[in-house]
Design a protein around this ligand. Structure first.
Ligand code: COA
Length: 332
């Protein structure tokens, strides 16, 4: 009988650009208030790139920070999977750009497009390559420059998003180590109508007309996205816990996608999870899409809420619709 291989996260690096946009700044740009944003969404400030900084740049900085805490020879990387919906350009893929900027010579890689579930989908993909025995070092990156597609005159959208990236290294777990235990994931394409960017693709190639009609910006029906996210986040987390004969009480650390504080607290309530086990950093970063979950892992470590051996539940819902949950034993 062949022995099954498990994957574990052996290093983490994150990066957010230094420029901060506060609610006070937004009050000067659109008809909104700090109170409304804090109460309805839970964001106080978000980080935004300067002109000329792209998703691959944030990804590279995240990998450099990973290397600073866990030095190893990048030439050993077998595979780079990048979750992003704000690639530097339609092609080449962000993975190719990241590989080139990091000077990794002999590797494979590709992008995964799954909106706010981008990091989870990329992680699950990387895990399968380690579990198959084919690869021993996989870089999984989530990176998004949401400000590149945000209409800063649309008050229901511009308050939500921030820019940021995170990277983890996946390697085979030791015998008897749990590592990444399980995942569930789903797509429901009917949700495409509620959160999308219509311009610049093959349906609506960029033109004066697409720009005039603001088709290069995020189009969001916030209320429908919110309703779906609350329902689906609960469904996916319950599904993975039941599948593994666990309950919310068994989880040491819950890291949910940070899109709206009310979505996270509703899910935690449903799982009967006390808030001290729930990671919240939306107030500082907003929704950084594929960057969110690794950045929240960093917050969890900094706040002493994530330690070696902890059972961690990750969950996300995003544009598509996409959704997923992953269960893992923290190994750092
Ligand atoms: N400041 C003040 N008022 C605002 C506002 C802002 N920034 N944004 C919207 N409003 C107003 C609306 O115009 C509306 O006014 P009206 O009743 O006069 O028409 C009112 O607030 C309520 O709008 P609604 O869309 O129902 O608000 P909401 O409570 O649902 O909050 C979101 C809006 C976008 C914050 C919320 O729907 C949300 O978080 N949705 C999920 C978005 C998400 O997660 N996206 C990422 C994908 S994972």
């Amino acid at each position: 009988m062949t022995k099954s291989i498990r994957a574990k996260i052996t290093a983490l690096g994150t990066y957010v650009p230094p420029r901060v946009l506060t609610n006070a700044d937004l009050e000067k740009m659109v008809d909104t208030t700090n109170e409304w944003i804090m109460e309805r969404v839970g964001i106080r400030e978000r980080h935004l790139v300067d002109k000329g900084v792209a998703a691959s740049d944030l990804a590279v900085e995240a990998v450099k920070n990973l290397l600073a805490s866990h030095p190893f020879d990048l030439q050993q990387v077998d595979l780079i999977v990048v979750g992003t919906v704000t690639p530097d350009m339609m092609y080449p893929s962000t993975a190719c750009l990241v590989q080139h900027k990091l000077g990794i010579v002999n590797t494979w890689g590709f992008d995964v497009s799954a909106g706010c579930s981008g990091f989870l989908f990329a992680l699950n993909t990387g895990v399968k390559f380690v579990e198959s025995g084919q690869y021993k070092k996989v870089l999984v990156i989530g990176s998004d420059v949401n400000s590149s597609m945000t209409d800063f005159t649309d008050r229901a959208v511009c308050i939500i998003f921030g820019d940021g990236a995170g990277a983890v290294l996946l390697e085979p777990a030791e015998d008897g180590e749990d590592g990444v235990i399980d995942h569930v994931a789903q797509i429901e394409g009917m949700g495409g109508q509620y959160l999308y960017m219509p311009g610049g693709g093959s349906l609506n190639p960029a033109s004066h007309e697409t720009v005039e009609q603001k088709m290069h910006y995020i189009h969001q029906d916030g209320r429908n996205v919110f309703k779906y996210a609350v329902k689906k986040m609960a469904e996916m987390t319950e599904r993975i816990l039941e599948k593994n004969k666990l309950t919310g009480k068994d989880v040491d650390c819950f890291i949910a996608h940070q899109a709206n504080l009310r979505i996270i607290t509703a899910t935690a309530d449903r799982l009967g999870m006390p808030m001290e086990k729930v990671i919240i950093n939306i107030d500082r970063y907003g929704n950084t899409t594929a960057g969110t979950i690794p950045i929240a892992m960093r917050t969890a470590i900094e706040e002493g809420k994530l330690k070696k051996g902890d059972l961690v539940l990750l969950a996300a819902v995003g544009a598509g619709f996409t959704s997923g949950a992953t269960l893992l034993r923290w190994a750092l």
